[in-house]
Design a protein around this ligand. Structure first.
Ligand SMILES: [Mn+2]
Length: 309
């Protein structure tokens, strides 16, 4: 029997690019977009819908859901379902260990030195035509904040501003080979640009600089979820506001950025994750405790590197 294939990816630019590259290659019966925290839910859904070859990209399994994954993988094993997982976020050791127990059905690759779309293209041996390169360039531009294309900003803002209907519409356009769809540019110009830029200005005006033992931490309080944390920090820095660590607090979690410490380690302690320089923590956490840990960790990194302010 031929495999029933499905693909589940993140909804951001890198996720969309990964989804398109995989889908063009495997021609899936279902394409799903997911947030990082809903990854397990959607993986389970497509499995229950009878898909038996499931590709996942640009999403990292949450350590708190390892038990659930193990149960699901056992069920998948019994049904002969395969999972191919390609990601570029840092996976905690316990996640790698749990996944490696199911090597016969789950093959995963995670390489934090690149973006998921690039990883996917390499893994599948996709021909690097103009369109493929464009998708990968956009993914790099967005994830690494290279600031090369105005189009990246349009996608970044629109995808965050709206919910699933718009994200799926963007996926549909990209599947057709339309990298800069007219509807997206119009929507951005008419409904997003001004509101978004006001939200950024407002968040910067309300930011608080915490300074302890020479460690500077800039805290953006209660930020609208539609504002991208990287963009907020980028604008703050352009305005001459620098700090060792940045915290962007949202109603349902927070984002951490730093050039000085490995924030993914801190995030892991609180059930989150990410990259060395950029990480996220879901849910509500005590800011005081986190600030204390950040100060300690910057001080330790100074001792290690004989870093002098
Ligand atoms: Mn992503």
């Amino acid at each position: 029997m031929p495999k029933k294939r499905a693909v589940v990816t993140h909804w951001d630019l890198d996720g969309l690019a990964s989804n398109v590259l995989i889908s063009r290659y495997i021609n899936p019966g279902k394409q799903v977009l997911s947030s990082v925290t809903s990854t397990f839910k959607y993986l389970k859904n497509v499995y229950e819908e009878g898909y038996d070859e499931i590709w996942v990209a640009d999403l990292n399994p949450q350590p708190g859901e390892l038990r659930n994954y193990e149960e699901l993988f056992k069920a998948m094993h019994a049904r002969g379902c395969l999972v191919r997982w390609l990601d570029h976020h840092l996976w905690p050791v316990e996640v790698e260990e749990a996944f490696s127990k199911f090597r016969d059905i789950v093959s995963y690759m995670n390489d934090p030195s690149t973006v998921a779309a690039d990883l996917v293209a390499n893994y599948l041996g996709v021909v690097r035509d103009r369109y493929t390169n464009m998708l990968i360039d956009l993914a790099f531009d967005d994830d690494w904040f290279q600031g090369r294309y105005e189009l990246t900003t349009v996608y970044r803002r629109v995808l965050r501003f709206y919910k699933w209907d718009i994200r799926y519409r963007a996926l549909e356009s990209l599947m057709k080979g339309d990298v800069a769809p007219q509807w997206l540019l119009e929507l951005y110009r008419l409904e997003v640009k001004n509101v978004y830029e006001n939200l950024i200005r407002e968040a910067i005006a309300r930011a608080e600089l915490v300074e302890r033992r020479g460690v500077k931490i800039l805290v953006f309080q209660d930020v609208d979820p539609r504002v991208h944390p990287g963009e907020l920090i980028h604008v703050a820095e352009k305005n001459g506001i620098f700090s060792h660590v940045y915290i962007v607090r949202y109603p349902r979690g927070l984002s951490l950025r730093s050039e000085y410490i490995d924030v993914s380690k801190l995030a892991l302690k609180y059930g989150g994750g990410g990259h060395r320089r950029i990480a996220g923590i879901p849910g509500k956490i005590n800011l005081e405790t986190l600030l204390g840990e950040i100060v300690k960790s910057v001080e330790e990194s100074r001792i290690r590197s004989h870093y002098i302010t």
